[in-house]
Design a protein around this ligand. Structure first.
Ligand SMILES: Cc1cc2nc3c(=O)[nH]c(=O)nc-3n(C[C@H](O)[C@H](O)[C@H](O)COP(=O)(O)OP(=O)(O)OC[C@H]3O[C@@H](n4cnc5c(N)ncnc54)[C@H](O)[C@@H]3O)c2cc1C
Length: 454
């Protein structure tokens, strides 16, 4: 490796860490710490053919400057499902995972991979560590030094280790195993994770009745079928950021105008999406809190849409009665014989006692809070080198992703990438946003721009 390049430790090799490492290849001395396969992470490690990307292939390149990179790769895969006659292609997520692994294999000669988790990160004082700023210790006790540390640990860990009648981690294959084909099930959550779980169950031959609950009882909405319309123009005057109520009125009005012009509401959401980070950043804490309390569910419903193929299968489930969506809350559950009794409080009033073989938690990635307790974040939080963002959405960071300490001061040399920067940006979950964040960070690292944009 070349000397005098910045020495960077990237912690986590899911999409975010891998995208950054690929973009830094040859520009920095990178060590990537990832105990699992590099690339797929939680989202693209699935083996289920029914788990589709929820972003068209044309939007999934890890490189903002080469947007068709994944779509071109996909077109050359003989085992990929054929593209639809019309409209965008939603590839199986496992193929995307394979693509990331192939990209990684091609770049791996330039990037060091440590196949272990990081258990500790320490900031070194003046003169310590050969002038390097940080000491990183992995789970085997091996010590590394780095100028910069990037936390790309995801933030989506689900509740592993739950008892067999309550599967806390819906992406653990064991959550779907050992069930009789006609076993009745309760899925807690009605979003994209529920779709993943239900379709994977059906592909395994499960035919039993499935009740799925959420606060509102809303089912996921679909992308448009056929060719995508262009994003609806959503001009926002520089400096003018509408509050939550005004923003939703604006969206509704534009959706009505779009409909009058023969365009679907999805085009309006696609039109506003590039502005979401700016709007979020323009909101005071109280306005963000208002959004989370009153508008989050409605926004997520319209923003996170399923591929039309998956939506069609959910429609068929509803028509056949295989899936019963319900606006309700799980208030209590207890083991009863071979299964579970669940007590549901219905939004419409009253309770319902449901006997099922298993409850599977499908509350989705945003519900995961285990990152607070996991190394190395927990240690850095305890030392005050990291702080939780005020609304509990992730870590406290500047809009550029620089970690802020417990006193709200930027910590030079610690950057956060991906969903844990949600508190500063909100819209930073999917590939089209994370790749831009990774490219900007790679640029800062490569150019030695160590001054901290907050
Ligand atoms: C089920 C699901 C489906 C999704 N589908 C799409 C989609 O179709 N399109 C889209 O654009 N977005 C999708 N997303 C959003 C997705 O989160 C992002 O695209 C992206 O995968 C996030 O990557 P990440 O690297 O931040 O997190 P993760 O994929 O969770 O990766 C984090 C990695 O960090 C590692 N790690 C954790 N702690 C340590 C440690 N201490 N030391 C070393 N390594 C550690 C973990 O092993 C893991 O591999 C989906 C998300 C989920 C959960």
């Amino acid at each position: 490796m070349t000397r005098n390049l910045p020495v960077v430790a990237i912690i986590g090799g899911g999409f975010a860490g891998t995208a950054l490492a690929l973009q830094l290849a040859g520009k920095a001395e990178v060590t990537l710490f990832e105990p699992g396969p590099v690339g797929p992470g939680l989202a693209y490690g699935t083996a289920e053919p029914a788990h589709l990307l929820n972003v068209p292939a044309a939007g999934m390149s890890p490189f903002p400057d080469r947007p068709s990179h994944f779509a071109d790769w996909l077109a050359a895969q003989p085992d990929a499902p054929p593209p639809p006659a019309e409209g965008p292609r939603f590839a199986p997520r496992r193929l995307y995972g394979r693509y990331l692994q192939e990209l990684w294999a091609a770049a791996a000669t330039e990037i060091r991979h440590v196949p272990r988790a990081v258990s500790r990160v320490e900031r070194l004082g003046e003169g310590g560590g050969n002038g390097r700023g940080f000491r990183v210790t992995d789970s085997a006790g091996e010590v590394f030094e780095a100028d910069r540390v990037v936390l790309a640990v995801g933030g989506f860990a689900a509740g592993a280790g739950a008892p067999p009648h309550l599967a806390g981690d819906p992406w653990d294959p064991a959550a779907l195993e050992g069930l009789a084909p006609d076993a009745p099930l309760l899925l807690v959550g009605l979003g994209l994770t529920m779709v993943d779980v239900l379709l994977a169950l059906r592909d395994r031959g499960h035919v039993g009745p499935v009740t799925a609950i959420s606060r509102h009882g809303w089912l996921p909405l679909s992308h448009v079928t056929g060719a995508f319309p262009p994003p609806w123009p959503m001009p926002l005057v520089e400096g003018a950021v509408p509050g939550v109520r005004a923003a939703f009125c604006w969206l509704r009005a534009e959706a009505a105008r779009a409909a009058a012009a023969g365009q679907p509401w999805q085009a309006v959401i696609d039109g506003v999406r590039p502005l979401v980070q700016r709007i979020w950043r323009g909101w005071e804490l109280a306005e963000r809190r208002r959004f989370l309390r009153h508008a989050r569910s409605a926004w997520n419903l319209h923003r996170h849409r399923v591929a039309p193929e998956a939506a069609a299968r959910i429609g068929a489930e509803l028509a056949s009665g295989g899936l019963r969506p319900l606006a309700a809350r799980l208030v209590e559950w207890r083991v009863a014989g071979e299964g579970v009794e669940a007590v549901l409080a219905r939004r419409a009033g009253g309770t319902e006692l449901l006997r099922v073989a298993r409850i599977i938690l499908c509350t989705g990635p945003e519900g995961g809070r285990a990152w607070r307790e996991a190394a190395p974040v927990a240690g850095l939080l305890a030392e005050g080198l990291l702080a939780e963002e005020a609304l509990g959405l992730g870590l406290s960071v500047s809009p550029a992703g620089v970690a802020l300490d417990a006193a709200g001061q930027p910590v030079a040399g610690i950057d956060v990438l991906g969903p844990l920067t949600r508190g500063a940006l909100w819209e930073i979950t999917a590939v089209p946003d994370i790749r831009v964040q990774a490219a900007a960070l790679a640029d800062r690292i490569e150019c030695g721009k160590y001054d901290i944009p907050v």
